[in-house]
Ligand binder design. Structure first.
Ligand SMILES: Cc1ncc(C[n+]2csc(CCOP(=O)(O)OP(=O)(O)O)c2C)c(N)n1
Ligand SMILES: [Mg+2]
Length: 796
């Protein structure tokens, strides 16, 4: 029989003395198992006095946030059990990994997923030993942790992930713990606004819980050191109804937490009921909780004479010199025994039977929530036939089309086909229409729960296009949406996608790791369209010119990233269809929105995308034996390369030119590096090792060198690309500034083909004249030379 002394105050509240006793014991069990994971490799139930042999050689982990996380998990468990709620958790301070491992172990989900971690003494010993241990489990709420979609390693994304999970999941409640340090980050600060995009009738609920333990690693937190009223005003200003729970007496806190959570969940239920019975749901003031408890609650109060509990010193491992200071070992033992493990576990190491009913059962356990293993719930998208959206090609390059506008029509088809299934959304930082995808908005509108005015267009509380001027929110919402088993598409200006570089890193890590965890099922890929490209920043200039996201992604694990640069609308359609069907990748599509020539019929486009790169026979005259390969990747570089081919033909009519276009960038890498890599034989037959290749690339030229440095023709590969020269100027002048223009490519070819050595001086002279003509013309007229602007492809 577990017994606990109680003050009068602790008896006041919704919990009966028995339930209060049980809940506190359960919390102690979670805290005990958390401390055990950080410190012990043996003697898991403290059946004998603790010795240094029981302690891990390296003490790694974070205690400070953990008792608060355990407290919240406990009280959420009670709500789930009493109300049969469908709830998942997102833990911003995911460094409190031991707490989540402890709780999923106590509720049984951990042992179901990892049967070797049994519900007995041996199991607890393994549970302790594996934590932060080589080839064991990481110290954070990692992909290995049951019930998680969020590692919380890089702080700032908890709320945005929680909202992404809640969209289109009307039955789901996402409890989201936000660290008070985490709350200082930019992405988190803007994430509160997600409530303007959540429809209480058709989406689920997010309960943000600000974990105000007062400290970060080495400092107080801003939100803990402003007057409490100011903090509540801040939350009200963000549109929430704040509830505050503050204290450090566990029994009193349990009662107050139970009462407050009852009120909060009544509020959520009332909001949803009202919205779901209304023709026009309004934006409610959703409840949020401020939990003000000590950092390192219930841990050592003082160590070496310095205060630890309720200070930043509690952040990681409060007693870290066990080997040097016998006093520390004694303190650790006292600390662990203060939870009374002998009351919590039976002689075999099983949780006492009377505590077994504290957590919910089966699928209701947060560690077992199917939404947190989104691949389990994933339904394939219904895709219209992308061929139906094809651009007709009568004469190659004869008609200009905005390729992304065609994509927008296809995406509109995708949106309509999945209207009832409600598992597809498009995200963008206020640029969907600017990137010419506006057709996707038609019929469904843009999600908007804030005020609307008569001047507004296409805003709707049930919109499926998500537009907010925060790349962080777009990225994070989409990640949360994908991780819970849905599909999406993110379009962004090329230069500004770098804002989420770091978030992409984290998502790529998640994908890489989960691929290796058998119980995690594959999820839909994260699809990017980058448009408003470096070469066509007519309105903006240098600030908007940066193709470096390609380089950023290429660093990631080959099993995770795919990069496509379709040269025209039909290849773009084929690539987009492929990406929407794919699983567990990050797909990057780079395609222009400006009117541009169209090259391939639909069937040719499909064949080209299937091989990833190939010879464009219709543009080549090499008869299988080229003297020069003109390679290109990206829409503008493709046009310049083809224009250079026409100029070369005029200068050297008998020059045997091969044109190669690359649509799948990773095909350039050897297959040992990337699964899309062309075999060396195929590569050598396309880029013969002894033949010079002039390569016009959309991005930074070094990227191509890096991908091909092991290829046999690498010494013959000469790449032109963006080299950080730019301003507000004409489209062709951008090419000239970066030496990727047709005149330069023509000169490059003449220079590199040995047979043309005698012509190099003349070609150099011609090149200088062209540039002079170009410069004078654009400076005088503010526009490109007519022969450039009106250039059209001609076969001969
Ligand atoms: C973006 C980011 N910057 C810095 C860190 C390093 N870091 C890890 S924990 C931490 C303090 C977090 O404080 P808080 O959010 O209050 O968490 P808690 O107090 O609950 O541990 C910091 C700065 C990080 N993980 N992510
Ligand atoms: Mg904190």
């Amino acid at each position: 029989m577990i017994e606990t002394a109680m003050s009068d105050k602790a008896l006041q509240g919704p919990l009966s003395p028995e339930e209060l006793t049980r809940m506190d014991a359960y919390w102690r069990a979670a805290n005990y198992l958390s401390v055990g994971q950080i410190y012990l490799k043996d003697n898991p139930l403290l059946e004998r006095p603790l010795t240094l042999d029981d302690v891990k050689p390296r003490l790694l982990g974070h205690w400070g946030t953990t008792p608060g996380l355990n407290f919240l998990y406990l009280h959420l468990n009670r709500l789930i059990r009493e109300r049969a709620l469908n709830m998942m958790y997102v833990i911003g301070p995911g460094h409190g990994g031991p707490g989540l491992v402890a709780n999923t172990y106590l509720e049984g989900s951990y042992s179901e997923i990892y049967p070797h971690i049994e519900q007995n003494k041996d199991g607890i010993k393994r549970l302790f030993r594996q934590f932060s241990w080589p080839y064991g489990i990481p110290s954070h709420v990692a992909p290995e942790t049951p019930g998680s979609i969020h590692e919380g390693g890089e702080l700032g994304y908890s709320i945005v992930h929680a909202y992404g999970a809640a969209f289109d999941n009307p039955g789901l409640i996402v409890a989201c713990v936000v660290g008070d340090g985490e709350a200082e980050t930019g992405p988190l600060a803007t994430s509160w606004h997600s409530n303007k995009f959540l429809n209480p009738a058709t989406d689920g609920a997010v309960l943000p819980i600000l974990h105000l333990n007062g400290y970060k690693i080495a400092n107080p937190t801003v939100l803990a050191r402003i007057p409490h009223a100011e903090l509540e005003h801040l939350m009200r200003g963000y549109g929430y109804e704040p509830f505050t729970l503050e204290g450090d007496d566990p029994m009193v806190m349990h009662q107050q937490a139970a009462a407050m959570f009852d009120t909060i969940f009544d509020r959520i239920a009332a909001i949803q009921k009202a919205a779901r019975g209304s023709a026009k749901p309004e934006r409610p003031a959703w409840p949020m909780l401020i939990l003000r408890t000590p950092k390192g609650w219930t841990g050592p109060k003082f160590v070496d004479g310095k205060p630890v509990e309720n200070t930043w010193r509690a952040h990681q491992v409060p007693l870290s010199e066990l080997r040097e200071k016998p006093e520390h070992l004694r303190q650790l033992e006292d600390w662990m025994r203060s939870y009374k493990p002998e009351d919590l576990f039976d002689a075999k190491g099983r949780l006492q039977a009377e505590l077994a009913d504290v957590p919910p059962k089966g699928r209701l356990r947060m560690g077992m929530n199917a939404h947190a293993n989104g691949g389990l719930l994933l339904q394939a998208l219904k895709l219209p036939n992308f061929r139906d959206f094809a651009v007709k090609i009568e004469n190659r390059g004869a008609v200009d089309v905005e390729s992304t506008r065609v994509l927008g029509q296809f995406l509109h088809g995708v949106m309509q086909a999945n209207k009832d299934q409600k598992n597809f959304r498009v995200f963008g930082p206020d640029e969907t229409a600017s990137n010419r995808l506006q057709d996707v908005i038609t019929g469904t509108g843009k999600e908007w729960m804030a005020e609307t005015l008569p001047v507004d267009e296409q805003l709707s509380p049930t919109g499926r296009v998500m537009e907010v001027l925060s790349e962080h929110l777009c990225q994070g919402w989409l990640e949360g949406y994908l991780l819970t088993g849905r599909h999406g598409f993110f379009s962004c200006y090329e230069a500004f996608i770098h804002i989420v570089d770091s978030m992409v890193n984290q998502h790529a890590k998640w994908l890489k790791t989960t691929r290796e965890i058998p119980w995690r099922k594959p999820i839909a890929s994260l699809n990017y369209l980058l448009s408003s490209l470096v070469w066509r920043q007519d309105h903006n200039g240098f600030s908007h010119q940066d193709p470096g996201f390609i380089d950023h992604l290429v660093n990631k694990k080959a099993s995770v990233v795919r990069v496509y640069l379709p040269p025209d609308a039909n290849t773009l359609l084929s690539v987009a269809d492929h990406c929407l069907r794919s699983r567990h990748y990050i797909n990057l599509i780079v395609a222009g929105k400006q009117p541009a020539p169209q090259w391939l019929s639909m069937e040719e486009a499909i064949a080209h995308c299937t091989t990833g790169l190939g010879v464009w026979q219709w543009a080549s005259n090499d008869a299988g034996d080229p003297e020069v390969v003109m390679a290109c990747c990206g829409d503008v570089p493709t046009m310049e390369a083809l224009a250079a081919v026409t100029l070369l033909r005029a200068r050297v009519p008998d020059l045997r030119i091969r044109v190669v276009n690359v649509v799948d960038l990773m095909a350039l890498q050897p297959p040992s590096e990337h699964p899309h890599g062309l075999s060396d034989e195929d590569y050598d037959s396309i880029f013969p090792p002894s033949v010079p290749t002039i390569f016009a690339f959309h991005g930074y030229p070094w990227g191509i060198h890096r991908l091909t440095y092991r290829r046999h023709n690498h010494d013959q590969l000469h790449v032109r690309g963006y080299k950080e020269e730019g301003t507000t100027t004409t489209p062709f002048d951008m090419c000239v500034l970066n030496n990727i223009d047709r005149f330069q490519l023509t000169l490059d070819a003449v220079r590199r083909v040995p047979r043309l050595a005698a012509q190099v001086d003349a070609a150099q002279q011609w090149y200088s004249e062209q540039l002079q003509r170009h410069k004078l013309y654009v400076a005088e007229n503010g526009d490109d030379l007519p022969e450039v602007k009106d250039w059209r492809w001609q076969k001969s």
